[in-house]
Design a protein around this ligand. Structure first.
Ligand code: 2BA
Length: 109
């Protein structure tokens, strides 16, 4: 058995939830926050048999889009500039960041 942790953008999370249910893949969705953008994303926890890992990855790949996002970073390089000046930085977010981990035990009591 494997544990899949998939961090996806909030915009894709409902579609991914629906697809996982359709494909009979059990999952738990957590509301999470990206450390860099400090904005909301969603983390799916999926416990799955080894032979279905590729199916889960295919569903995630099919559902989650990569998007460009801008953040506004403060500039404080030169004391002669207004310290409130800010400039936008473009970052590419997602589709999905996925970890596949081995599972030592699985119990449902
Ligand atoms: P965030 O940390 O909010 O990062 C959003 C996007 O900002 C990243 O997209 C990446 O393009 C950029 N970014 C992140 N850290 C950066 C840095 N130090 N300098 C420049 N750009 C940076 P993704 O790589 O697609 O990541 C999307 C989200 O997935 C991340 O949101 C974070 O929540 C999670 N994530 C990504 N890599 C991770 C990792 N190695 N461990 C844990 N979570 C991760």
């Amino acid at each position: 058995m494997k544990l899949i942790l998939a961090i996806v953008q909030d915009k894709d999370s409902q579609r991914l939830s629906n697809r996982l249910v359709e494909e009979n893949i059990r999952a738990t969705k957590l509301s999470t926050t990206g450390g860099f953008l400090k904005s909301g994303n969603s983390t799916f926890i999926v416990g799955i048999e080894d032979e279905r890992v590729e199916d889960v990855l295919a569903v995630i790949k099919d559902t989650c889009e990569s998007r460009e996002q801008f953040i506004t970073a403060p500039v404080s390089l030169d004391a002669t500039f207004d310290s409130h000046m800010a400039y936008p930085i473009e970052v590419q977010v997602g589709g999905a960041t996925v970890f596949v981990l081995p599972v030592e035990g699985f119990h449902q009591f």
